[in-house]
Write a protein that binds this ligand. Structure first.
Ligand SMILES: [Zn+2]
Ligand SMILES: [Zn+2]
Length: 140
């Protein structure tokens, strides 16, 4: 099986995106991170692999990866600027508020809640987005 990194590089290339050393460094950094990373954090980490990396390249590459649904935004009180490798299918995200560790989980039992909200508000609800915050096992 391909590693996420190889899959991502292949997807970028398949979408007409030229794979420069700088872009590879960004992909390699984000693909292996279990922590949500802001563009600045990606920039700092990826510069170890590619010292002349520019911040604009980081932003553009993240934008492209998000467009291809390979990464997703992690929502935090300060804003939604951090990214993590996207979950597979319908998954929800747990974020450690101390170390930024991200864990995905499957399954929710929201239907009774959604049905009751729908009744109360008259909305036809067809999507939801759920993210939980807390402390991971090693931070608690
Ligand atoms: Zn933690
Ligand atoms: Zn759900």
């Amino acid at each position: 099986m391909d590693t996420p990194k190889e899959t991502w590089l292949a997807r970028l290339q398949g979408n007409g995106y030229r794979l420069t050393g700088a872009r590879r460094a960004v992909v390699e950094t984000v693909a292996v991170s279990s922590r949500a990373l802001t563009p600045l954090e990606v920039y700092d980490a990826a510069r170890g692999r590619y010292p002349t990396l520019g911040l604009v390249t980081v932003y553009r590459t993240l934008e492209k990866l998000e467009e291809l649904h390979l990464i997703q935004r992690v929502h935090q009180p300060a804003g939604c600027q951090a990214f993590i490798a996207a979950g597979k299918g319908h998954q929800h995200l747990l974020l450690c508020e101390r170390c930024g560790q991200v864990t995905f989980f499957e399954g929710d039992n929201l239907n009774p809640l959604i049905t009751s909200i729908s009744k109360k508000t008259g909305y036809q609800i067809d999507k939801h987005w759920l993210q939980l915050f807390g402390l991971c096992e090693s931070c608690r």
